[in-house]
Write a protein that binds this ligand. Structure first.
Ligand SMILES: Nc1nc2c(ncn2[C@@H]2O[C@H](COP(=O)(O)OP(=O)(O)OP(=O)(O)O)[C@@H](O)[C@H]2O)c(=O)[nH]1
Length: 335
């Protein structure tokens, strides 16, 4: 199958423009000509299971009851995991931006994003849902943001109550894991695949804070296939939505074009005994790897590449950096 290169697209430059990542629902009709093209269809990443639609409706109801929103994103792809409707759902409620999976990116990537968000005057909380790093700071900020609630309540003669927060974000970004670390037990279902949390669930964190764990939310359709593919690369979207070998091929093309992955060839050589030379596409690499190690089974080769990336065996890497050209549109050096 011939490779259909993603067209260069304007890269979202920040939080305000993150709406550009996913268009509004009215813009989401798939182009009929594109749909008729079966090879392109195979590459389209779309996923909107019924439980997410239900959860989104319930979440919007529950949002009326919360004092503060913890917007959790994947630190490897902070722009692609920016849900365009969250600001609208939250209205004027305070919102804290939590970049989880900080252990999966390099300190240099983290610094680049920290500088970027500082320039935007946006406070960011870096967390690791596996070991709990950074979570206490989020709780302190949430509780202090909501202090005024209890002063207003006491002025009205009401008893103080716990602050109510909600963790919202794309599937598999680590919302439940963060809550479990806070309570030091498995209060919420958490597993390494998207769509595990199916029900909204309140969890009490000490006496000061209640957090609502919500199922991951997604735009109903992805108009920006570069963002959608990055979600697939990072396992932030159901695997039924994509073909592993194609996403792995796109991942390889992305990795070799990244400015923050200078030793990627070394890593590929170490893991698979093969570099990805400039004249070779990611797709050709997956095919060659399949022949070399997987009895020509391309899907198995793709799954191995994705697994290695997702477990950081290929290095700790952000796939998005501030002001970076879209990875797929960046022309690769050719000999
Ligand atoms: N390496 C790493 N893994 C993490 C981190 N946070 C969560 N995980 C793992 O990622 C997987 C997904 O985490 P969940 O907490 O289930 O994600 P979720 O956002 O609640 O997912 P949904 O149920 O789909 O909404 C789990 O296997 C976690 O152990 C992190 O900071 N670093």
């Amino acid at each position: 199958m011939q490779r259909v290169k993603a067209q260069p697209q304007p890269h979202p430059q920040g939080l305000q423009s993150c709406r550009a990542v996913f268009n509004s629902l009215t813009d989401l009709e798939l182009d009929q000509e594109s749909v008729a093209d079966s090879s392109l269809q195979a590459r389209m990443v779309q996923w909107y299971p019924g439980h997410i639609a239900r959860a989104e409706r319930q979440l919007r109801e529950q949002l009326k009851l919360v004092d503060v929103v913890l917007e959790v994103r994947d630190a490897r792809i902070p722009l692609s995991t920016c849900h365009p409707q969250i600001p609208q759902w939250c209205g004027s409620k305070p919102r804290l931006l939590v970049l989880n999976r900080v252990d999966m990116i390099s300190p240099a990537d983290q610094q680049a994003w920290a500088n970027y968000f500082a320039q935007q005057h946006l406070p960011v909380f870096w967390t690791n849902g596996m070991d709990g790093t950074g979570i206490t700071k989020v709780v302190r900020a949430a509780v202090s943001l909501s202090k005024s609630i209890n002063s207003k309540r006491s002025a009205r003669g009401l008893k103080p109550r716990a602050v109510r927060a909600v963790a919202v974000g794309f599937p598999n970004v680590g919302k439940s894991a963060l809550i479990n670390r806070l309570v030091n037990k498995r209060a919420c279902d958490s597993a390494p695949k998207p769509g595990v949390t199916r029900q909204l669930r309140w969890v009490r964190i000490g006496g000061d804070l209640d957090i609502l764990d919500a199922p991951g939310v997604l735009p109903m359709s992805f108009n920006d296939q570069i963002a959608a593919q990055r979600l697939a690369m990072c396992n932030d979207i159901g695997e039924a939505a994509y073909v592993d070998s194609l996403v792995a091929a796109a991942l390889l093309d992305t990795l070799v074009a990244l400015p923050n992955a200078p030793d990627i060839q070394e890593q590929l050589q170490r893991r698979f005994g093969m570099e990805l030379p400039p004249e070779m596409t990611g797709e050709a690499y997956v095919e060659a790897l399949a022949v070399k190690l997987f009895q020509s089974e391309k899907e198995k080769a793709g799954q191995r590449i994705l697994k290695d990336f997702r477990s950081t065996a290929l290095g700790t890497l952000a796939l998005e950096l501030p002001h970076m050209q879209p990875a797929h549109s960046a022309p690769r050096q050719r000999q």
